[in-house]
Write a protein that binds this ligand. Structure first.
Ligand SMILES: CC(C)(COP(=O)(O)OP(=O)(O)OC[C@H]1O[C@@H](n2cnc3c(N)ncnc32)[C@H](O)[C@@H]1OP(=O)(O)O)[C@@H](O)C(=O)NCCC(=O)NCCS
Length: 447
């Protein structure tokens, strides 16, 4: 595999760089945590390493140092499409080099060879109760695939440490190859009559999802899939899903265990489920105004009502971003081009005009701008994928691209078991020296 050979040289260079830094400056403090950060989910504490992507608070997501705009522009594209091959993105994320068509197609071909879904996974999905949430099905399907893990098999047979990353790459390619098929299997079982299709070898990985859910006739939807999966691929490793995967994998649990766990985190409403919730909220607005668009002032009142009921505005705010998410902006462009007259899309544009100001006035949220989830469901809905509890699965398909690349690199750099220390409240108090004297907290009561 050319990809692995190319990667090997890069890994050696980065590995040496890390060892050199550790040998020369191992005790240098590079990050600190305040009491506030300690009690706020470690926001903005530099704790994790990933060269794969970085989220700049004011410029948003960068893949391997490139803005999304550059990535979308420079990645190779299938003939007749202005949206890139996911295989090219995978090569970029892994190696840090912008791939040519040959490199993109190498990954696409590796995926085609590995795309078949084993029958036992289909049986597991078919056995689940009809009311099961698609994210539960997705997580279970990935776990059921764990029987195929080459890492777990080879580890039991004495796999050497230097080869961990190579076998993690094999598992990563195997799992990502199957991701669109797993999602489509869930879709067809849950919303259709359960009839499943083989992949179309003429189509790329992203467009194959459209084919597998019987929407291959729709060029726009194929393009939306290409855009959607590239936009959702990675977002640093501090977010809940990626961090979960890295944590689980640090115990040398394989890619399947790690990604299944990641999907359980993605399923939460403060993370990936926000796309489902956002569409539901938008449809609620339309319903409230008898299927028509509200006026601006009616919309403002609706937003305030939502906040006053103690709810968040789904798709707005972010733990890191302090600007409009470029993933939102890229989808907004898509919408302007392909569905400018769609009422729901027009509502997304109106919401974008009113919500940031209202959140600013309310004064609670640190991030007031739209994130990726503020629009992704609307584009899917327009293209006929109306089952909105399914949208987080699509997020997960894309997200596994970045997660699995990070897992390969974590094993390549021999990052150890993650094990931060937890301390008692009394210990926290003691570290504040004598500045606090909280009655009722005795030093022996928490030990
Ligand atoms: C993404 C999110 C979880 C970030 O959380 P965070 O880093 O804790 O955000 P903040 O520090 O800005 O939160 C401070 C306060 O503002 C509130 N807030 C943040 N975003 C808000 C929003 N979109 N609508 C209303 N209130 C919001 C928080 O709930 C919190 O309130 P609290 O003090 O009563 O608990 C949060 O912005 C959110 O819930 N957004 C809506 C869900 C969403 O879109 N998730 C997808 C993220 S990609």
């Amino acid at each position: 595999m050319k990809l692995a050979k190319n990667l090997e040289g890069k890994i050696r260079e980065v590995y040496e760089r890390v060892r050199y830094m550790l040998a020369t400056s191992g005790e240098t403090v590079i990050s600190q945590v305040s009491l506030r950060q300690f009690f706020s989910g470690n926001r903005d504490v530099d704790l994790l390493l990933s060269d794969v992507s970085y989220v700049d608070p004011f410029y948003g997501l960068h893949y391997r140092g490139l803005s999304l705009e550059q990535v979308l522009q420079q990645l190779p594209k299938p003939q007749g499409s202005v949206f890139p091959y996911a295989g090219g993105l995978y090569s970029l994320l892994l190696t840090g080099e912008m791939p040519g068509e040959e490199e993109a197609l190498e990954v696409e071909d590796l995926w085609k060879d590995r795309a078949a879904i084993p029958q036992h996974v289909i049986n597991v999905l078919k056995a689940m109760p009809a009311e099961t949430h698609p994210m539960t099905m997705f997580s279970q399907a990935i776990l059921a695939l764990q029987t195929q893990s080459q890492f777990t098999r080879d580890y039991s047979n004495g796999l050497s440490k230097e080869d961990y990353w190579k076998i993690t790459l094999e598992d990563s390619l195997d799992l990502t190859a199957k991701a669109p098929g797993l999602a489509a299997t869930i879709y067809n079982i849950k919303y259709g009559d359960g009839t499943l299709r083989e992949i179309d070898s003429h189509l790329d990985w992203s467009a194959n999802f459209a084919h597998l859910i019987y929407k291959d006739w729709d060029q726009h939807y194929q393009d939306l899939c290409r855009l959607f999966f590239v936009l959702h691929a990675d977002q640093g490793t501090g977010n809940v899903s990626a961090h979960t995967a890295c944590l689980v994998n640090s115990a040398l649990s394989d890619v399947y265990y790690s990604c299944s766990a990641a999907m359980n985190g993605l399923a939460g409403p403060l993370h990936g489920r926000a796309n489902q919730d956002c569409l539901q909220w938008l449809l609620g607005i339309m319903e409230n105004f008898d299927g028509s668009l509200p006026t601006m002032s009616q919309l403002e009142q609706y937003v305030w009502d939502t906040l006053e009921r103690g709810k968040v505005i789904p798709g707005y705010g972010h733990a890191v971003l302090r600007c409009t998410d470029p993933r939102f902006a890229a989808q907004l462009e898509f919408g302007k081009q392909y569905m400018a007259d769609d009422q729901l899309f027009n509502l997304v544009e109106m919401v974008y005009q009113v919500v940031p100001d209202i959140l600013k006035k309310q004064g609670k949220a640190k991030g007031i701008w739209p994130n990726v989830d503020a629009i992704s469901g609307t584009l899917q809905y327009h293209c006929g994928v109306k089952e909105f509890d399914f949208y987080t699965v699509l997020f997960g398909v894309g997200r596994m691209l970045g997660i699995t690349v990070n897992l390969v690199w974590n094993r390549a750099l021999a990052l150890p078991l993650e094990r931060p220390q937890s301390i008692t409240l009394q210990m926290v108090q003691d570290r504040l020296h004598d500045t606090l004297n909280i009655s009722g907290l005795r030093s022996d009561s928490y030990l």
